[in-house]
Design a protein around this ligand. Structure first.
Ligand SMILES: [Zn+2]
Length: 416
């Protein structure tokens, strides 16, 4: 049997077993008792609903993985990639257009397989637990806008990478990387002005006590505020959030309308002080650098396997092509990608603690930060007792109880 095929099947199988293990560990670590920290805002009933929600989402993701694995294996073993390749080749287009069509068709197939799960999550599961606010119309429009963006942004990017690897020789990975970095920065800059408004309405925050409190804190931190906006997050979900977006003079503070409705002014300022911590400690720039280094590694690795005949044989391909090599390489790269995402989650969790510490020191609002985190967890139906393995693999934020404990410590240190 083809060694590449053996490796890829082993990777897919191991990935599935890992999902299974994490899900089971997660279900076992659910605790039936409301954690002491939360007894003031969660009664037994509300807590039981959160637990039911976590059980239901876990079961659904297991079902999804259990269906996707055999579908993927069958597609590979039955020569599905070759069938798609022959089909797009029959259109008689140039190699880059053929590559775009090949990738587009595969993404479409993947989308169709995932669609029932997405529909069920939004309109059945989240609906049942009172999280969903999305109408069918918004859902369909989101899909169409997402598709349009994928074509407008993803298309040229993929075309450029394919062009470099077809014509730039051994340094193709470097050119592609450079192009990708410039492209990513460009998208970061235009996102708040041109992309986010496609999906949400942004309204300048009303003058009032909240705006005054935010401006006073921003002034204390010498943060040039270009605008404070509320976003109609309630159009899709009851979840709460806040973020800073954009670079340089396009920088904006964005608060979900659901957040403004649920939090008082000190809690909102405490949340912004946390975001300010990310900004002041350059976490956003550092995470971006890490992800750029990762894409550099990916492209460098890709250049070694792109036209590997063994790899093409594993997928029963009749023709060797750059575009198919790119797709196949992702199967080989999956274990590396898992390890890298573990490391970047670890870094991200450290940054969350740093941002909390900054928030406590700069605003003195440890109490409101804690009550804001508790409200966030309650409204978002967050898992209060995730298993440490789940945290290790999937969590970009530390579990809320650990954050609260750390915030209390920072408050004590700040008083000394
Ligand atoms: Zn954060």
């Amino acid at each position: 049997m083809n060694p590449y095929l053996v490796f890829i099947i082993a990777v897919l199988g191991t990935g599935y077993l890992l999902d299974l293990l994490l899900a089971l560990a997660g279900l076992r670590s659910l605790s039936p008792r409301v954690p002491d920290e939360f007894t003031d805002i969660l009664d037994e009933d509300a807590y039981r609903r959160t637990q039911e929600y976590i059980r239901a989402t876990t079961r659904l993701s297991l079902l999804q993985a259990t269906i996707i694995l055999p579908v993927t294996l069958t597609f590979i073993l039955a020569g599905g990639f070759n069938t798609v390749d022959l089909l797009v080749r029959s259109a008689g287009l140039g190699t880059i257009a053929t590559g775009l069509l090949f990738t587009g068709l595969l993404l479409l197939l993947n989308f169709l397989v995932q669609l029932p799960f997405s529909l069920y999550t939004t309109f059945v599961l989240e609906e049942r637990f009172g999280l969903n606010q999305t109408s069918v119309r918004t859902y369909v429009l989101d899909l169409l806008k997402g598709l349009l963006l994928a074509i407008l942004l993803g298309g040229p990017l993929l075309a450029a990478v394919l062009w470099f690897f077809d014509s730039a020789g051994s340094l193709a990975w470097l050119y592609s990387w450079f192009f990708l970095v410039v492209f990513t920065l460009f998208v970061q800059v235009i996102a708040p002005v041109f992309l986010l408004p496609l999906f949400n309405r942004f309204t300048p925050l009303d003058d009032g006590a909240l705006k005054q409190a935010i401006l006073a804190y921003a002034k204390q931190e010498n943060f040039p505020v270009q605008g404070i906006y509320t976003m109609d997050g309630s159009r899709r979900s009851k979840r709460l959030n806040a973020f800073f977006t954009g670079l340089g003079r396009w920088r904006r503070i964005v608060l979900y309308d659901t957040l403004v409705a649920a939090m008082d002014a000190p809690e909102t300022v405490a949340i912004l002080a946390h975001e300010m911590g990310h900004f002041k400690r350059h976490h956003i720039a550092k995470m971006m650098l890490v992800s750029m280094l990762q894409s550099g590694m990916l492209l460098y690795g890709l250049s070694f396997f792109l036209h590997n005949s063994g790899l093409f044989a594993a997928f029963s391909m009749e023709h060797v092509s750059t575009y198919a090599g790119l797709v196949f390489f992702f199967f080989l790269y999956a274990p590396v990608s898992l390890v890298l995402s573990l490391l970047s989650n670890m870094l991200s969790r450290r940054y969350e603690y740093e941002a909390d510490r900054f928030a406590v020191r700069s605003s003195g609002l440890a109490g409101p930060l804690i009550s804001a985190l508790k409200k966030l967890s309650r409204k978002n139906l967050a898992n209060l007792t995730p298993h440490p393995l789940q945290v290790l693999v999937h969590y970009s934020h530390p579990p809320v109880l650990e954050r609260i404990r750390a915030i209390r410590e920072y408050a004590l240190q700040a008083r000394d």
